[in-house]
Ligand binder design. Structure first.
Ligand code: ADP
Ligand code: F6P
Length: 324
């Protein structure tokens, strides 16, 4: 028989992402609207273990839909990877009357939610990461804002790169995933895109491309390099020495994770946040919300974590042709 849910908790975990606040707002208001009580857990799983738990009302989430970051704060918590930490977390939930939890974060945060579900607390995960690297969903909260922030910055670097007839290596976020690099690479018309999933470490190919493009009259050469490959500054020095073309590195960094969320991030986060409240209210547990083939869907966490996501091959091939 499904457990009766009276009070839910909500936390954000892992790297923050623009749109997390819109998701928090939606979960809080939908749950309260449906007769549930809501508690906010500050600073992710670390805050749960420290019992940093606050009551939330509809007005607690006023004026946050347009704000980047997360009003609940976020953290990485090594203790929550242990059985003792997970049991303690579940005990703290019971102590505070929390029957179910919404966890907004990435794959790692889902594993924490899975552990809490095993300990008897109903859980649902929402995809919150700028990296788009969650296999069960075509959309993750924060990706759209991050790529638009990066795209605008890259356009600016391109202006100065063309004026000085330089090569620019621009490093974007994505420690394990190249989605930001691929989307910006295409949207910014980059000459080369280096993705952790595809890079063969053959720098000579890059050097040959730069020399060839120069001969064909290209004034700049933009290389979008994903953080997972990194080493943009040393790469720039080697490329300049090999090509004779002045080469500069720009690392965009954390600016990509902040800022006011785009309309798309606010919209999807709002629907997903409400959907998560519905899942918990219905007594379901161990679920994650996704957006797939034009619909909002939910999966068992284990099933979701077993899925694999690949860089779209056609998009990558096209990117290689369009800027030549
Ligand atoms: P993300 O959620 O963005 O993938 P992390 O991988 O850093 O970010 O995970 C966020 C937090 O989730 C970790 O600091 C930890 O507290 C928790 N977590 C990660 N992996 C596990 C795991 N295997 N079991 C329990 N909790 C985990
Ligand atoms: O939010 C995703 C992400 O930006 C990754 O691309 C990156 O590897 C990671 O977070 C870095 O986060 P932090 O420096 O906060 O650990």
């Amino acid at each position: 028989m499904a457990k009766e849910i009276k009070t839910i908790g909500i936390l954000t975990s892992g790297g923050d992402a623009p749109g997390m606040n819109a998701a928090i707002r939606a979960t809080v208001r939908k749950a309260i609207n449906d007769g549930l009580k809501v508690k906010g857990i500050l600073r992710g799983y670390q805050g749960l273990l420290n019992e940093e738990i606050i009551d939330m009302e509809k007005r607690s989430v006023s004026d946050i839909i347009q704000r980047g970051g997360t009003i609940l704060g976020t953290a990485r918590c090594a203790d929550f990877r242990t059985k003792e930490g997970q049991q303690k977390g579940a005990d703290i939930c019971r102590k505070h009357g929390i029957d179910g939890i919404v966890v907004i974060g990435g794959d790692g945060s889902y594993r924490g939610a899975q552990a809490l579900a095993r300990e008897g607390i109903n859980t649902v995960g929402l995809p919150g990461t700028i990296d788009l690297d969650i296999a069960c969903t075509d959309y993750t909260i924060g990706f759209d804002t991050a790529i638009n922030t990066a795209m605008e910055a890259i356009d600016k670097v391109r202006d100065t790169s063309s004026s000085h007839e330089r090569c620019s290596i621009i490093e974007v976020m994505g420690r394990n995933a190249g989605y930001i690099a691929l989307w910006c690479g295409i949207a910014n018309g980059a000459e080369d895109i280096l993705l952790p999933e595809k890079y063969d470490y053959d720098e000579q190919k890059l050097i040959d491309n730069i020399i060839k493009n120069r001969k064909h009259g290209k004034k700049h050469h933009i290389i979008i390099n994903a953080e997972g490959i990194g080493h943009s500054t040393s790469m720039a020095k080697r490329i300049e020495a090999a090509t004779g073309v002045e080469t500069r590195a720009t690392i965009l960094g954390y600016m990509q994770r902040g800022g006011s969320p785009t309309c798309k991030d606010r919209y999807y986060a709002s629907i997903m946040g409400a959907y998560a409240a519905d899942i918990l209210a219905s007594g379901k547990s161990n679920r994650v919300v996704g957006y797939s083939h034009g619909e909002f869907v939910d999966y068992d966490i284990e099933e979701a974590l077993a899925m694999e996501k690949e860089i779209p091959e056609y998009a990558f091939q096209v990117s290689q042709v369009l800027s030549r």
